[in-house]
Design a protein around this ligand. Structure first.
Ligand SMILES: [Zn+2]
Length: 351
């Protein structure tokens, strides 16, 4: 879906050093990050070697060259291929730790991490192997890097409802370690309605719920995510802007949108970064946030996403601060924890 509404947007602005410095210093939460999408080509190669997994690339350069996509499915094909090198708990630990070090460098203080259990269980890697490795790194990250976390397991929407129920069953012994469920993978043709019953069960279990909606799918999918899945957040949500009534409703309900600018660009959801909906969302009163989605594949971590939209849309410092604040108020952190981060944001913004 190409967004043609960018014609009225100004061309890219010159870098603004004080705005850039503010981005680098502001505390932020990342709410839309698929840990498997943070697999950098170098680590992919190292893990392929460690586990003797054959991959169809001869060099890191070849892998990077393959990261050229025309749509979501194009990317997903290579994303699932990359996952094949993740075999042991230590692999998941190393993957997660590498992300956390990058996040710490971008002053991320809190992350709500997605993982795709079905991407692993369907190739014979146990649910626990992935969860244990990811969680162990997150525990170390909290102790050593000061990054708090939540874990969200996503259902792959191109698979069946029955598969999703089986995955939720696998999670039952670990509900004290999993905070929420999400919905990702190929959106078009797999509407939220397909998973209404699974999400109802997840909510009954006390899990938070979020879903990808309106990335490539139409506004109707966003309505379904709200009405049938009863999501607390909307991941992406770009196409909600096509429906004024939907926008009013999301504003009224105070729901957060986890926007991923460089992902949108790489997957051709927008034709250039100046067409990112971030500023329009803020202008409409929507609680937009900035996130990196699958940073190894899309060319940048959270700060790179902030810098790209700040320059292309000429965001004010107040708008950048708003985006950072939204990331905490839209998180699943308790209010008191969010307040502590908001106070730190104010300190940085005023300092
Ligand atoms: Zn995503």
């Amino acid at each position: 879906m190409i967004d043609r509404s960018a014609s009225a947007v100004k061309p890219a602005q010159m870098p603004n050093p004080s705005r850039a410095a503010l981005i680098d210093r502001l505390p932020k939460a990342e709410l839309h990050l698929h840990i498997e999408g943070s697999l950098e080509p170098e680590l992919l190669f190292a893990l392929a070697k460690r586990n003797a997994v054959a991959i169809p690339f001869a060099s890191v350069e070849e892998v990077r060259a393959a990261y050229s996509f025309t749509n979501l499915q194009d990317f997903l094909d290579i994303y699932y291929q990359g996952m094949s090198v993740l075999q042991t708990e230590q692999d998941f630990y190393d993957l997660t730790w590498a992300y956390l070090e990058r996040a710490a460098a971008d002053t991320v203080r809190h992350v709500e991490i997605f993982f795709d259990p079905q991407g692993h269980t369907e190739r014979g890697v146990a649910f626990e192997t992935a969860l244990n490795g990811i969680e162990r790194a997150l525990i170390d990250g909290e102790a050593q890097l000061g990054i708090s976390y939540r874990i969200i397991m996503c259902f792959l929407r191109h698979l069946s409802e029955e598969d999703a129920f089986a995955t939720l069953d696998q999670a039952l012994p670990h509900l004290d370690r999993i905070d929420g469920v999400g919905l990702d993978s190929s959106e078009v043709g797999h509407p939220p309605a397909k998973f209404a019953r699974v999400f109802a069960k997840a909510r009954k279990l006390g899990l938070h719920v979020t879903a990808h909606a309106g990335e490539e799918g139409p506004p109707e999918y966003v309505y379904e995510a709200l009405d049938l899945l009863e999501v607390e957040r909307i991941d992406h949500g770009n196409r909600a802007l096509e429906d004024a009534a939907l926008v009013s409703r999301i504003v009224g309900e105070g729901l957060t949108l986890t926007v991923c600018p460089l992902s949108n660009l790489k997957l051709c959801v927008i034709k250039d970064i100046a067409a990112s909906p971030v500023k329009r969302m803020l202008d409409l009163g929507l609680k937009a946030t900035i996130n990196s989605d699958d940073p190894a594949y899309f060319g940048g971590y959270i700060n790179a996403n902030f810098h790209a939209v700040a320059e292309a849309l000429d965001l004010t410092e107040a708008e950048i601060v708003q985006l950072a604040e939204n990331s905490f108020t839209g998180s699943f952190l308790p209010v008191l924890d969010s307040a502590r981060h908001l106070a730190e944001i104010a300190e940085v913004a005023n300092g």
